[in-house]
Ligand binder design. Sequence first.
Ligand SMILES: Nc1ncnc2c1ncn2[C@@H]1O[C@H](COP(=O)(O)OP(=O)(O)OP(=O)(O)O)[C@@H](O)[C@H]1O
Length: 259
Amino acid sequence: MSKRFGDKFAVADVSLEISTGGFIGIIGRSGAGKSTLLRMINRLAEPSAGRILADGNDVTRLSGRRLYRWRADCAMIFQQFNLVGRLDVLTNVLLGRLQRTPNWRSMLKLWTHEEKAIALSALDQFDIAQIAAQRADSLSGGQQQRVAIARALVQEPRIILADEPIASLDPRNTKTVMDALLRINKHYGITVLCNLHSLDVARCYCDRLVGMAGGRVVFDGSPECLTDHVARDLYGLEADEVMDAELPADVPAGLAVPA
Ligand SMILES: Nc1ncnc2c1ncn2[C@@H]1O[C@H](COP(=O)(O)OP(=O)(O)OP(=O)(O)O)[C@@H](O)[C@H]1O
């Protein structure tokens, strides 16, 4: 796929094959094309050229109901959480059910007991069921992002597209949020594609890293294959910054699935 803005290519001739159930980190310096690549997958950005194939179906040609369904299959997590601040946490999570709920019921906010139970259970998995009745704008950044992940989970997606989900969080909240994404990936087998600035976080959580520079893929492999030498090539002058440890000292290395 390629995406051009004017005469500049944000993504240029990128070809990736993504297997179900992976935890893929997309890394690279600012402006490398990571967000544009993710946004093309759920068609928030239209590719200028190329195709996206999912199970043999050309996603780039979908419209109407079928596009709506594809977007329901791809839950998006944003850096700025995108919760509705004046609504309580439980309602924010229930909004993730919108694509699966008849319009008239969601407009009247007539959620069934079952839907509420699903939403509460999602919150419980990330240890935040006790704040279900609080307004979303009263929460810390880490709590808000966990609510956003619970909302994504109740959407029952096949893929989670996370665009810099930890960029505005401190190290402890970074770990909580990455653990939540890892749990979704390992426990439910949902594929996670995650744009990450911190190389250390990417190495710790992802089983595959895709490195982008100037809109192109310049590295694609396991974290072990991404040597410091390759990373320095990828990040240039930003290398020292992204290779600084951002996780607290008690974080175990490797892919330990949280209990
Ligand atoms: N809507 C747009 N209009 C014009 N140019 C854009 C637009 N969106 C992105 N770009 C340009 O495309 C290039 C890639 O941007 P993109 O946001 O995908 O990079 P990124 O790797 O996600 O960077 P960052 O980490 O800073 O978000 C950049 O040069 C950016 O300025």
